[in-house]
Design a protein around this ligand. Structure first.
Ligand code: UDP
Length: 411
């Protein structure tokens, strides 16, 4: 277990003592987080760390995972896509499955949720649980992790009938939110600086990792880590690389990404990328298993340039992960990336492959500037996107809801 006190060296003692100070107002309060998966995805990754840290602060924190059949997840996957703006038709029978599954889970977690002081419901999957708790004792918060600013209206209308009953909603960015008849809070995601994905690594390990993949560590390395997904624009990255390769002969490109067995689209994109690369031995396509956290860490640390040339993105965790490793990321000028990178200061925002090539060339030829921007990028993440800030925001939110009837809160 990673102790809260271990974060002192990274964020400073005052940040940790402030967390203790806030948590004093929440000692013994029963807080339950509800989502639909224990592993995989950013939500599980964050809860895995946040819940134990809340417990260390004296909060009676729990994590409940709802159970559902394939049809339930088919429905919620459809909702997920529709809420993000895709035209998805969800049959009535699947909506019935959604209701039914949440009714069963309400029964399963009846006592735990009825008596909790605070309930965090993460994303749409468990959102209708609230309907089964008319006598709930505590405050219920809907924590939305996706961008629902331009949803398919019918799907949002359906979900909204449940969301309006919550005491508050939380979104990751202002731009991702919907208007609701209760307080909205903006809390961006975070990374854990002590996890395998982000902890400090020995320089030798970093170099050996690259060598193990046949990458020449003496020549410049451009890296993008992401699923083989069109929204991550691997094709645009290769186009930018090809533009650069004409003048920087020893340039290497590493595209590292996983591919789920159940994602046929991933295979198509991977094949497309592979055919673009042909037999160019300076391009390395790495297919990594989902738990290759230390490898991703090493790749991000050892790269000269890190790209995240997405054409659509929520909060791009890979951007923040690389910035924490003092890399000035060149990222697509879209979604959450616009908030994560301060253009020309901690990295560059780009709209085209040509722009990507231009900024990559600039950073490759200006090592001093690269290091200066990288240092500022790391500092920006330290102040804004580490798990301790996330914890502070959640504690503040809980205090504001629990003590909302009091007109004085003494910290
Ligand atoms: N990731 C990984 N291996 C891969 C590709 C991605 O571990 O092969 C991780 C990456 O480091 C990040 C997360 O998966 O922590 C992806 O989050 P992000 O928000 O960047 O994109 P998403 O895949 O959620 O759209």
């Amino acid at each position: 277990m990673i102790e809260l006190e271990s974060y002192k060296d990274i964020v400073g003692e005052d940040v940790i003592s402030y967390l203790h100070q806030l948590a004093n107002l929440l000692k013994g309060k029963r807080v339950v987080h509800v989502n639909s998966t224990k592993t995989g995805g950013g939500v599980a990754e964050i809860l895995n760390r946040l819940v134990p840290l809340m417990q260390q602060l004296g909060i009676d924190a729990h994590w409940a995972v709802i159970k559902g059949s394939d049809d339930f997840f088919k429905c919620t996957k459809g909702m997920h896509n529709a809420l993000q703006g895709n035209h998805v038709h969800i049959p009535k029978s699947l909506f019935e499955k959604y209701e039914e599954t949440n009714a069963e889970n309400a029964e399963l977690f009846k006592d735990e949720l009825n008596d909790a002081d605070i309930v965090f419901i993460h994303d749409p999957q468990p959102a209708s649980l609230i309907k089964f708790f008319p006598n709930r004792k505590g405050k219920w918060i809907w924590r939305c992790h996706i961008d629902i600013s331009r949803p398919l209206r019918s799907t949002w209308k359906y979900l909204r009938q449940y969301i309006v009953n919550y005491d508050a909603s939380v979104f990751s960015m202002v731009d991702f939110a919907q208007t609701l008849p209760h307080p909205l809070y903006i809390i961006p995601p975070s990374i854990d600086p002590l996890s395998d994905k982000n902890k400090d690594l020995d320089e030798r390990y970093v170099l050996e990792t690259y060598k193990g993949f046949g990458v020449d560590i003496e020549s410049p390395i451009v890296l993008q880590v992401s699923r083989f997904d069109r929204f991550k624009d691997p094709v645009g990255v290769i186009y930018a690389y090809k533009l650069l390769k004409k003048s920087i002969g020893n340039l290497q490109l590493v595209l590292a990404g996983g591919m789920a067995d159940d994602d046929p689209e991933g295979k198509v994109v991977y094949d497309e990328v592979k055919s673009m690369v042909e037999d160019d031995s300076s391009v390395h396509l790495l297919l990594l298993p989902p738990d290759a956290n230390i490898i991703v860490n090493a790749l991000q640390r050892g790269a000269d340039i890190v790209l995240q040339k997405s054409i659509k993105e929520g909060f791009g965790l890979t951007v923040t992960e690389a910035m924490w490793k003092a890399k000035p990321v060149i990222g697509g000028n879209v979604g959450g990336i616009k908030m994560q990178i301060t253009n020309h200061y901690t990295g560059f925002l780009v709209d085209t492959p040509e722009g990507t090539a231009l900024r990559t060339r600039y950073l490759l030829y200006h090592k001093d500037e690269r290091e200066k921007m990288g240092a500022k990028a790391k500092e920006f993440v330290r102040r804004n996107f580490l798990i301790t800030r996330h914890l502070r925001d959640y504690l503040t939110l809980m205090i504001s809801l629990i003590y909302s009837a009091t007109n004085r809160i003494e910290l």
